[in-house]
Design a protein around this ligand. Structure first.
Ligand SMILES: *Cc1c(COP(=O)(O)O)cnc(C)c1O
Length: 359
C-alpha cells in the first residue's frame, strides 16, 4: 500500500498497477530476456509497443486512425510552444491565442519568434483568476491556440470555444485524457505525459491528418510533424520507456471505463474538495473567482489567514500529504488530483480541510 498521498503537480502520481508492470518490464520485458530499457527502438518489440499505444490512445479519444495520427516526441510541451507555430504559421500569416496564464503566455512568446500572434482573449488583468471572453478570431488565422487546463492558475475550459473554419490547437498537458471532451473538435492537441498519463520525457501530439498536409515545408527535421509522422515516431530514438508506460496507462484508463470513467471520478474528487473549501468561506478562499471556470484537476486556494499557512502544511504532512504548496506565481495551495489520484485520498483531504477549519 502507498504511504504517501501525492498532490505533486507533475511529474505526478501514476496508478500502482502500472508502476508494478513497469517495474517488472525494467527487469524483463514480457519474457524477452531484456529490459524495456535495453530494447532497440527499431526492434519488433518496440513497434508492438508503439502500435498498441497509438491505437489505444486514439480509441480512448474516440478518434479514427484514418483522420488523426499520434506522435510520441521528446522536448516536453514547452518544445511544442515553438513547434506548433513553426509548422502551422506561414510567414505572412497570423495565429490567434487565448492567454489564460503562465503556460499560454509562454506559447504566445514562442509563436512571436516565428511570426504574428494575436491575443484574442486574456485574463491577465484579473491575474488569471477566471477564463477570459474570447473575441472574434481573425477569419484568416492559421489556428486558434488554447490551454485547456491552466495547471498553475487552476482554471479549466469546460466548453470548447467555437472557431468556425479556423483549426483549434490545444495544450492539454494537465487535463489530457482526464476530462471528457469532443476531441474531434481539435485539429492538434499536445501534452507532456507527466501529469495524467505517464512519466516525464514523452510528449504526445495528436494531429489531424489534413493539418499535417498543410504544414510548412521548410521545418527543421526534428521539429517537423510530417517527418515524425512519416517515420512513425522513430525518426530518431524516441523516449522508449515513456511510450511503454503511456501504453500501460492507456490500458488502465480503459479498465476505469475509458476517459468518461476517469473524468467522472475526477469530477467526484473535485466536488469533495471544492465542497469542503466552500463550506468554510471564512477560512478558505479558492483563487478562481468564477466557479464554472474551476479546474477539476488543479484546485488552487489560499487561507484567509495567511499566518496559518505553515500550520496547514504541517498538518498535511502529518497526514502524509505532499506536494500541496501553490506555484510561486499564485501562492497559497494547489491540490493536483490527476487521473491516478485515488478517490479515497480526496476524501481524506476533504476531511482534513474540515478538521483544519474547525481548529
Ligand atoms: C506542465 C505544463 C507545461 C510544460 O510541460 P513540459 O513538459 O515541462 O515542457 C506546459 N503546459 C501546461 C499546461 C503544463 O501544465
Amino acid at each position: 500500500m502507498r504511504q504517501v498521498i501525492n498532490f505533486n503537480p507533475g511529474p505526478a502520481v501514476l496508478p500502482q498497477s502500472v508502476l508494478q508492470q513497469a517495474a517488472a518490464a525494467v527487469l524483463d520485458l514480457d519474457g524477452a530476456g531484456m529490459s524495456v530499457l535495453e530494447i532497440s527502438h527499431r526492434a519488433r518489440a518496440f513497434e508492438a509497443i508503439y502500435e498498441a499505444a497509438h491505437e489505444d490512445l486514439l480509441q480512448l479519444m474516440g478518434l479514427d486512425a484514418g483522420t488523426y495520427s499520434v506522435l510520441f516526441l521528446g522536448g516536453g510541451a514547452s518544445l511544442q510552444f515553438f513547434s506548433v507555430p513553426r509548422n502551422l504559421l506561414p510567414p505572412d500569416g497570423v495565429a490567434a491565442y487565448v492567454d489564460t496564464g503562465v503556460w499560454s503566455q509562454k506559447a504566445v512568446e514562442q509563436a512571436r519568434r516565428v511570426g504574428r500572434a494575436e491575443v484574442v482573449g486574456s485574463s491577465a488583468s484579473e491575474k488569471y483568476a477566471r477564463l477570459p471572453e474570447v473575441s472574434p478570431i481573425p477569419a484568416a488565422a492559421a489556428y486558434l491556440h488554447i490551454t485547456t487546463n491552466n495547471t498553475i492558475e487552476g482554471t479549466q475550459f469546460h466548453q470548447t470555444p467555437e472557431t468556425g473554419a479556423v483549426p483549434l490547437v490545444a495544450d492539454m498537458s494537465s487535463d489530457f485524457l482526464a476530462t471528457d471532451r469532443d476531441f474531434t473538435r481539435f485539429a492538434l492537441m499536445y501534452a507532456g505525459a507527466q501529469k495524467n498519463i505517464g512519466p516525464a520525457g514523452v510528449t504526445i501530439v495528436v494531429i489531424r491528418r489534413s493539418l499535417l498536409d498543410a504544414c510548412r515545408e521548410d521545418v527543421p527535421e526534428m521539429l517537423s510533424y510530417r517527418v515524425h509522422e512519416k517515420a512513425r515516431s522513430v525518426y530518431n530514438t524516441p523516449p522508449v520507456f515513456g511510450v511503454y508506460v503511456v501504453g500501460l496507462v492507456c490500458r488502465w484508463i480503459m479498465e476505469q471505463g475509458g476517459v468518461a470513467g476517469v473524468a467522472a471520478a475526477n469530477r467526484r474528487k473535485a466536488e469533495l474538495v471544492y465542497g469542503a473549501l466552500d463550506a468554510h468561506p471564512d477560512v478558505y478562499e479558492p483563487t478562481v473567482t468564477v466557479p464554472a471556470h474551476r479546474s477539476l484537476v488543479n484546485i488552487t486556494f489560499r487561507l484567509r489567514d495567511s499566518f496559518r499557512e505553515s500550520e496547514f502544511l504541517d498538518g498535511a504532512r502529518e497526514r502524509h500529504m505532499v506536494g500541496l504548496r501553490g506555484h510561486r506565481a499564485v501562492g497559497g495551495f494547489r491540490a493536483s488530483m490527476y487521473n491516478a489520484f485515488e478517490e479515497a485520498w480526496a476524501e481524506r483531504f476533504a476531511d482534513y480541510l474540515h478538521a483544519f477549519a474547525r481548529l
